[in-house]
Design a protein around this ligand. Structure first.
Ligand code: 3PG
Length: 395
């Protein structure tokens, strides 16, 4: 794919796909990470004299102009992150958008209203793609986190204009390549999460690519139960035991070592500071549930990490939102951060919960790379082609 290094932006109208789908509560942005990570691309293009036209989806208005899903509140946030004014157009295509684009001078930045106000966006409608393409001379996609969607503003328009990857897209793709595409070995993957059923493709793909796969979260309970351990009241998927055994057998055949917990922190209820204790995996009381892995498991994982060159991390070990069940996740996160600094471990993490957990552990800045993507990061871990990226590769 081409990056903006290959683009001579001065005087050009650059249509830039951003992902401004940021968390908002009561009309206020609660996390500006995506905006801050996008800002350098816009600044660079604007500094070089481009007329930057930013488009994005926000939430899921399903083709209707839902007022709470307007991108208008992002105008100020974007201007603050850029340190320069941002204009706003009330629609992403049509006369209003075209007039706003025509009014731009070199270096100006314009934000367009939510692309998902048009039903055509999610249908990858050629008419909407053409309407967007009309606004730019070139297209820059900086929305890796929306690249798993084959929509007009991510895929359709990339086929109608000369298309380039923005700096954030470039950084994401390079980090992912270093993680699984062409990694330094041994590679360890940590996968957590509640269910095997939602991560089947991911587990299948990873066992073929990594040397060690560490399983955490409630998903580990299903694997342990499938091996015959009694899991008490722990969250697990009883109907997935056969699948869990198949995954273990296939991993062994592929030469991938699967590490399951050896001890668990159990409590009587899922509540902050509920009385808890650590037990071996074959000692889970009938009336208790596993809410974290124990310190022997942490030590075992840390031992593998010390001899690893690359780590891919998706999903916490325990119920990290409620203390003390964040203990294992925080301990491993801190070890990962110090190995990244001291022994050159390449640590790459992504996915909504994982990012919250790493932030909670205070190690966000100390990882080699933390993806800004949720669903796109997962689909990429599953080995799927992301339409937004594929369109850039052909462009
Ligand atoms: C995300 O936040 O993961 C992306 O912006 C995609 O949003 P979507 O799941 O609504 O398509």
């Amino acid at each position: 794919f081409k990056t903006i290094d290959a683009l001579e932006p001065a005087g050009k109208r650059v249509l830039l796909r951003a992902d401004l789908n940021v968390p908002v509560r009561d009309g206020r942005i609660t996390d500006r990470t995506r905006i801050e990570r996008l800002a350098p691309t816009i600044k660079e293009l604007s500094d070089k004299g481009a007329r930057v036209i930013v488009c994005s989806h926000f939430d899921r208005p399903k083709g209707k102009r839902v007022p709470e899903m307007s991108l208008k509140p992002m105008q100020e946030a974007l201007a603050a992150a850029l340190g320069r004014p941002v204009a706003f157009a009330d629609d992403c295509v049509g006369p209003e958008a075209e007039a706003a684009v025509a009014a731009l001078a070199d270096g100006d930045v314009l934000l367009l209203e939510n692309t998902r106000y048009h039903a055509g966006e999610e249908k990858n409608d050629p008419g909407l793609s053409a309407g967007l393409a009309k606004l730019g001379d070139v297209f820059v996609n900086d929305a890796f986190s929306a690249a798993h969607r084959a929509h007009s503003s991510t895929e359709g328009v990339a086929r109608l204009l000369p298309a380039y990857a923005g700096r954030l897209m470039e950084a994401e793709l390079k980090a992912l390549d270093a993680a699984l595409g062409n990694p330094a070995r041994p590679v360890v993957a940590i996968v957590g999460g509640a269910k095997i059923s939602t991560k089947l493709d991911l587990l299948g793909n990873l066992t073929g690519k990594v040397n060690v796969l560490v399983i955490g979260g409630a998903m580990a309970n299903t694997f342990l139960a499938a091996q015959g351990h009694s899991m008490g009241k722990s969250l697990q998927e009883a109907e997935m035991h056969d699948t869990a055994r198949t995954i273990l057998a296939e991993a062994a055949a592929k030469g991938c070592e699967i590490l399951l917990p050896v001890d668990l922190v159990v409590a009587g209820e899922f509540k902050a500071n509920a009385p808890s204790r650590t037990v071996a995996i074959d000692r889970v009381p009938d009336d208790m549930m596993a809410l974290d892995v124990g310190l022997d498991t942490v030590a075992m994982v840390e031992d593998r990490l010390r001899s690893a060159s690359t780590l891919v991390w998706n999903g916490p070990f325990g119920a990290f939102e409620i203390p003390p069940f964040d203990t294992a996740t925080v301990a491993v996160a801190q070890t990962v951060a110090s190995l990244t600094a001291s022994s050159g471990l390449k640590s790459i993490a992504g996915g909504g919960d994982t990012v919250s957990a790493l932030r909670h552990a205070g190690v966000m800045e100390r990882m080699t790379y933390v993806s800004s993507a949720g669903g796109a990061f997962l689909e990429w871990l599953e080995g799927k082609t992301l339409p937004g990226v594929a369109a850039l590769e052909q462009g």
